[in-house]
Design a protein around this ligand. Structure first.
Ligand code: URA
Length: 236
């Protein structure tokens, strides 16, 4: 397989626009496997070492960024305030969100440049678990737990079986879903004559927020990346 263009890779890694990256290459500032390469269209062999101005560059085909989304931000480029405003310094151009969080929801939001990974993480076939913490208008009871386990009828279609775990104060609960329909958590509680007052996504498959503060983002670690790909039957 032919590798990707050098200027494109450099741009994706945050070294500027494609034009700026090409300029760096033409200026002789970029070495591949120790040799200066001046052609921005040079096809980088898989795994080849790259140095920019003498510093080694980690060449990754894909990026995955974990954001702790605060309330008040929209999962969209077009509307504001946009979650992309919280990703400054990351290669945002090619990053797409894995599912969405509503403006008034907070928690774990993953972005990736890998379309196949995104597809698999969001497709119900792969049953990737998403865990939410919710605060509700009314307490939840055993009938709600049973109804979630059965699947809830939303606009004529039953959801996949979901888990509902009431907490000590039963107006608080954790919910585990294996699919992600539009406003799904809110709509499931609505169908039970309840209302979500607060919603936070705690985890996505093997990924958790750890101690990442609200409003902050970071790249996945190598271990997280491996676990995430393994969860959907892919290799990183
Ligand atoms: N379900 C919802 O209702 N909203 C979200 O943001 C995520 C899941």
């Amino acid at each position: 397989m032919r590798g990707e263009r050098l200027d494109k890779i450099l741009a994706r890694l945050g070294l500027g626009s494609r034009k700026e990256a090409a300029r760096l290459v033409r200026a002789g500032k970029v070495r591949v496997l120790g040799q200066v390469v001046r052609d921005p269209g040079f096809r980088l062999p898989e795994g080849a070492e790259v140095e920019v101005e003498g510093k080694p560059l980690e060449v990754r085909r894909h990026h995955h960024v974990l954001l702790h989304k605060p309330r008040g931000f929209v999962t969209s480029r077009a509307e504001g305030p946009s979650v992309y405003a919280l990703l400054e310094g990351f290669p945002t151009r090619d990053l797409s969100p894995v599912g969405r969080l509503d403006k008034d929801a907070e928690g774990l939001l993953l972005f990736t440049t890998d379309g196949e990974l995104l597809h698999r993480l969001t497709h119900p076939r792969h049953k990737v678990e998403k865990r939410y913490l919710v605060h509700l208008e009314r307490p939840v009871g055993p009938e709600d737990v049973e109804a979630f386990r059965e699947g809830i009828l939303l606009y004529g279609e039953k959801t996949l079986p979901a888990e509902l775990y009431p907490l000590e104060d039963p107006t608080w609960a954790e919910v585990v879903l294996r699919e992600g329909r539009f406003h799904q958590v809110k709509r499931m509680f609505q169908a039970r004559d309840n209302r979500v007052l607060y919603l936070k996504r705690l985890s996505l498959g093997p990924l958790g927020l750890g101690d990442l503060p609200p409003g902050k983002a970071r790249f996945l670690t190598e271990e997280e990346e491996k676990a995430l790909y393994a969860a959907v039957g892919l290799l990183p």
